[in-house]
Write a protein that binds this ligand. Structure first.
Ligand SMILES: Cc1ncc(COP(=O)(O)O)c(C=O)c1O
Length: 458
């Protein structure tokens, strides 16, 4: 049993096999179960099918197990089940969240005017940032209250666009859909050969659209999903400031690496942008959900505020974090983040993050020497995309080959890699986050990938 547990990353079962295992758990009309009985069912029928993020061969996604500090805080949050919306539902939780947001602004060297709020995930943080950008634009450029009048206040909706790079995360599409503008309202600019937003292309786009469109937001990504590249924040922010356009940085994955001194210069300009998304649940091993939205000017949060009669009243003197983000019931996310950082210590955290970077850089150097592998980019953070290019496989089959490898691995339950597209070509994506992953375990995965490639038939 243990052997199986150690070597497998999950059971490798098919969706219908998992369904068969889980169905008894879902018979809500059946007699009630004791915790012991529930535990037995869950241990036998669910746990084997869960992904083990602590496996040295889990190198696919931005997920990792919580560290002991994060777990400790999460257990207390669970036990007290605090809703951190208003002072009267959790005085201690409210003050902890406010202090934590201020301490994080200092940690990222944001100005004393900056502030943050906890969110459920990066998708919602990005969504809120775009909402605030649109609201701000309505007020500053059109002189109306977007909260009150909504899209109806704009004279011509066809003019409203947000600009980002082709490598930005799909959550921006969600955001623009929810705003009621539709995906056509996102304009993408190309990336350069290292997958950073091409600043010249951005300048050209902003100039070209100056009279034709109203750009309400430019979104840079600090740590793209596919390659971990960090867009040049300083020139993007400077350009936006000059043109009076809201600048958002999606640092859901990447912002943590600001804490690594060698990487900090890549984030130059972060203090100039209007909003930043950061997901401690991705890189710090803090229990999901744990995401934040930073704003350069705390006063901008007022555009999220809806006052109530029964709570979050305008006249309340105490802090009410629920006025800074939309959910009415909000978890005590600050506690696991605080306990995780304090338990690991800032030096420990820096080391953990830096170890990811050393591992991926070493793997990159190794794979560059391999003529059956194409490395698709120079890694900036902990992500590396490669293509397996065996000599006997024609170029026209290489996309299918990468997909074949991915599908085979997905169903074995022993390794975990991801796949994406770079420059419209299918690639295999490797992500290093978890401490159990090392150069050896990645090279073992590569060997396995190569073995699978030999089974591909044209
Ligand atoms: C760059 C980036 N932004 C946003 C998100 C969405 O974050 P979440 O999964 O927390 O919604 C992701 C997810 O991978 C991401 O990589």
């Amino acid at each position: 049993m243990n052997d199986k547990k150690d070597s497998r990353i999950y059971s490798g079962a098919t969706p219908s096999e998992i369904e068969e295992d889980l169905l008894p758990l879902l018979d809500f009309e059946a007699k009630k179960l004791t915790l012991k009985e529930l535990s037995k069912i869950i241990n036998q029928r669910l746990i084997p099918h869960l992904m083990n993020y602590n496996n040295p061969h889990f190198i696919s996604m931005y997920n990792l197990l919580p560290d002991n500090g994060g777990k400790f805080g999460a257990e207390i949050s669970l036990e007290y089940n605090q809703g951190v919306t208003a002072w009267e539902v959790s005085p201690g939780g409210v003050v902890l969240e406010e202090l934590c947001c201020q301490a994080l602004c200092r940690l990222f060297n944001l100005s004393s005017e900056a502030d943050a709020t906890f969110m459920y995930c990066g998708t919602y943080s990005n969504q809120s940032a775009l909402y605030l950008a649109l609201h701000w634009t309505a007020e500053k450029k059109y002189g109306f209250d977007f909260g009150k009048h909504g899209l109806k206040g704009f004279p011509d909706l066809n003019r409203l666009v947000a600009v980002t790079s082709t490598d930005a995360h799909l959550s921006l599409k969600h955001a623009i859909r929810v705003l009621g503008l539709g995906e056509e309202s996102i304009i993408t600019v190309p990336v350069d050969k290292n997958h950073h937003m091409d600043i010249e292309a951005l300048k050209e786009t902003l100039t070209r659209l100056k009279d034709e469109k109203d750009i309400f937001c430019v979104i840079a990504t600090a740590g793209t999903t596919s390659t971990g590249s960090i867009d040049p924040v300083l020139p993007i922010a400077t350009l936006c400031n000059k043109l009076n356009i809201w600048c958002h940085v999606d640092g859901a994955y990447g912002l943590s690496y600001y804490l690594v001194p060698e990487k900090k210069p890549l984030f130059n300009g972060i203090e100039l942008v209007d909003s930043i998304t950061w997901d401690p649940h991705k890189t710090l091993g803090v229990v999901i959900p744990n995401s934040l939205l930073f704003l350069k000017r705390k006063d901008d949060f007022r555009r999220h505020s809806i006052f109530g009669d029964y709570f979050n009243r305008e006249e309340d003197l105490e802090p009410n974090p629920g006025l800074k983000s939309p959910p009415t019931t909000r978890p005590l996310s600050a506690l696991p983040l605080v306990t995780s950082i304090r338990y690991t210590g800032i030096d420990g955290l820096r080391k953990r993050l830096n170890d990811n970077l050393i591992t991926i850089q070493t793997v990159y150097n190794e794979l560059k020497k391999d003529d059956e592998i194409e490395v698709c980019h120079k890694p900036e953070l902990g992500v590396l995309c490669i293509r397996i290019i065996p000599k006997n496989i024609p170029k026209s089959h290489l996309d299918q080959l990468q997909r074949f490898i991915f599908e085979e691995i997905k169903h074995e339950g022993k390794f975990s890699i991801s796949t994406t597209k770079i420059d419209n070509k299918a690639v295999i994506r490797l992500v290093v986050l978890n401490e159990a992953v090392n150069v050896k375990s990645i090279l073992e995965t590569i060997q396995h990938i190569k073995r699978i490639a030999t089974h591909y038939s044209i």
